[in-house]
Design a protein around this ligand. Structure first.
Ligand SMILES: Cc1ncc(COP(=O)(O)O)c(C=O)c1O
Length: 419
């Protein structure tokens, strides 16, 4: 069976302005009829292996189910509604977004349940949201708040907008030197009570992001994350009796520590009436060959086995020195904030071959600098597959993603991203 079926309704036709465009793709009778060998498209291109994505979706959802949790994948990783729909079809409970523009993409895509993992205070945005919620009783949005000032502003803005439905909010818990989120236990309770007193808001639970907790080494970071999660558990225990919605949400968990989240917060949610532990991993769907390969729970503790599904294919366009070659992909095409890409394979007439020892040492806007161990081991015209690090900065370079299948990759379609 082709996993393309999961995306069939969302396939797009590329036009000349899209970096992934090639004549071979344009020649297909329709977006659902594409079947083009990778060698027949231009470079650079960004591809997603459908079988590997399907494997990641299944492995993660099974793990989440086994741990009695729910999953609201962070949609900002891909900003690809076609993939969000696939995640929901595989059992995700909601889609998480980071802000109002992303919420609008989710709304446009017909996503029924969205978590806005942020303080949401835009007057224009709240007016728009109030209108959407009042117009559609099936549209559900939960957002976060970390101050009484925030509660007051949201209340005033929703009142001014004439909002009829109350907006569910979670109190965001923070950690010293981490990102947003109230630091002190008593302040968290004060905010929760202010939400309860608000005629426009509904208290739904407690939220936090352990991924922003700093640490000098992997071990000190894990220790700090555990301290943070224990604090979240305390805050939730105190706040849960005040919750005004049908379920009491306790939400944390990016892609690096969701096992610790389940271990520490799972029992707390379980013993709370109508408690729901909500994980928000975003990177798991495509995983990577860099940062998350080392951070995923399975790498050092236990967790689902994930595989890197996203790659960029680039061409050697220059070999100006014996040990230096240049690729036709650079910062505009490749993530570079958490390690540079690696050269994994060479696309030859006979198929894919292992790459010779070669290291990407730098990138400019449109070029990657590669040091060769053996002069001449990659030549002008060779096409290489690049392994990438950090899913959150892969997709934003591309308005579309090419979907590939098979060991000898064939392009089967494309889906759109909206950054
Ligand atoms: C609030 C929040 N939740 C969840 C995530 C997802 O984490 P990850 O990118 O590790 O999957 C992020 C990522 O930045 C985040 O900011």
């Amino acid at each position: 069976m082709s996993h393309l079926d999961a995306l069939r309704d969302n396939l797009i036709t590329l036009d000349l302005r899209d970096k992934n465009w090639s004549p071979a793709l344009a020649a297909a009778p329709g977006p659902a009829e594409v079947d083009v060998p990778l060698a027949e498209v231009s470079t650079p291109v960004f591809t997603l292996d459908l079988d590997l994505v399907a494997g990641n979706l299944t492995a993660m959802q099974r793990w989440v189910d086994d741990h009695g949790a729910s999953l609201a994948p962070h949609g900002k990783t891909t900003m690809c509604p076609a993939l969000w729909q696939w995640q929901l079809a595989q059992g995700s409970w909601a889609i998480t977004v980071a802000n109002e523009p992303q919420l609008r993409v989710a709304r446009d895509a017909g996503i029924g349940r969205v978590v806005v993992a942020n303080e949401y205070l835009s007057p224009v945005g709240l007016r728009w949201l109030a209108g959407e919620l009042d117009a559609d009783p099936d549209f559900e949005v939960t957002t976060w708040v970390d101050s009484v000032a925030g509660v007051e502003q949201m209340t005033g803005l929703l009142e001014a907008a004439g909002a009829r439905r109350q907006l569910p909010v979670c109190v965001e818990i923070g950690h010293p030197h981490a990102r947003a989120g109230v630091r002190e236990h008593d302040d968290a309770l004060t905010i929760a009570r202010a939400v309860v007193d608000s005629p426009r808001l509904l208290l739904r639970g407690v939220a936090g992001y352990e991924g922003s907790v700093p640490g000098d080494s992997p071990q000190t970071r894990v220790d700090a994350v555990k301290v943070f999660l224990a604090a979240m558990a305390d805050r939730f225990t105190a706040i849960a009796p005040l919750v005004e919605t049908d379920d009491a949400i306790l939400t944390a968990g990016g892609s690096a520590h969701f096992d610790l989240v389940a271990e520490i917060l799972g029992p707390v949610a379980e013993r709370t009436p109508n408690g729901r532990l909500l994980l928000r991993s975003g990177a798991y769907i495509v995983h990577d060959d860099g940062m998350y390969a080392g951070l995923t729970p399975a790498a050092t503790r236990t967790g689902p086995e994930l595989q890197a599904a996203a790659h960029v294919w680039a061409r050697v366009v220059s070999a100006p020195e014996p040990h230096l070659i240049l690729l036709d992909a650079g910062k505009r095409d490749l993530p570079y904030d958490a390690g540079l890409p690696t050269i994994q394979q060479v696309l030859t007439a006979g198929g894919l071959a292992p790459a010779p020892a070669a290291t990407i040492v730098n990138t400019n806007d449109q070029h990657a600098y590669v040091e060769l161990s053996e002069p001449g081991s990659l030549k002008v015209g060779d096409v290489v597959r690049l392994g990438l690090s950090h899913p959150c900065t892969m997709f934003d370079k591309w308005r579309s993603v090419l979907l590939v299948e098979g060991a000898e990759p064939r392009i089967r379609g494309a889906v759109a991203t909206y950054f």
